[in-house]
Design a binder for this molecule. Structure first.
Ligand SMILES: [Zn+2]
Length: 221
């Protein structure tokens, strides 16, 4: 599909992780990301462990002119209590496509094709309106529950759907942050939790198993 695989730094500046993505200081949306801040020298820019792979969107668009298509797999970090579905580190796969005439239909089509091909069968999806500062409009992408086939079970909270990943049309502010004119360019972006896809594929019920170094678990793969 023409996407290049790109990587970015684990240690980020406050600008790339938050401000450039339309999440200014004192904005309540910052609370969505519990952050590991690094100790920094007085007067120097605040540094942190990236909370998502989205900073790479801005880094890449600063250096490359559209049209562009990238995916960015990489580790991200959250300062939060861990449980079976949350850990302080996990993998995201960021996607970004920018061109002169990109629409939600492109976004939907590409996600659909990826999922069909990843799971090797036709996957039923839906887009649900949601809020994320760096996209407008923003969506949650849901996929029909594997376990119950959409009838409702304990895994899907009896809704028939599983939340897969957030995404949407790149916010004009983000394009401007990277030096692009939003009147000329538009695009979509998504940030897929890769661990969750692997958990669904191999029926693994605890995300922490990936990172605890237990060879009895790891040697199965
Ligand atoms: Zn279910």
């Amino acid at each position: 599909m023409g996407f290049s695989v790109i990587s970015g730094p684990h240690i980020e500046t406050e600008w790339y992780n938050f401000d450039a993505l339309n999440i200014p200081k004192d904005h309540p949306a910052r609370d969505l990301w519990d952050t590991f801040w690094l100790k920094n020298k007085k007067g120097k820019e605040k540094m942190l462990l990236r909370t998502h792979t989205s900073p790479v969107q801005v880094r890449y668009m600063e250096k490359h002119n559209p049209p562009l298509r990238i995916i960015v797999p990489g580790r991200v970090f959250r300062h939060e209590a861990s449980d079976a579905s949350h850990d302080i580190q996990f993998y995201q796969v960021e996607g970004l496509m920018v061109d002169t005439d990109i629409s939600v239909a492109d976004f939907k089509g590409i996600i659909q094709q990826f999922l069909n091909s990843f799971f090797a069968r036709k996957i039923k999806t839906r887009l649900r309106p949601s809020y994320f500062p760096f996209v407008e409009p923003g969506f949650e992408i849901d996929i029909q529950c594997f376990i119950c086939g959409g009838k409702g079970c304990s895994t899907c909270g009896h809704t028939g759907w599983l939340e897969l990943c957030p995404g949407g049309m790149v916010h004009p502010f983000v394009l401007k942050s990277a030096g692009l004119n939003p009147k000329n360019w538009q695009g979509f972006a998504f940030g897929m939790g890769f661990d969750r896809l692997v958990m669904m594929t191999y029926k693994i019920n605890d995300i922490r198993l990936f990172y605890n170094g237990d060879l009895r678990f790891l040697n199965q793969f």
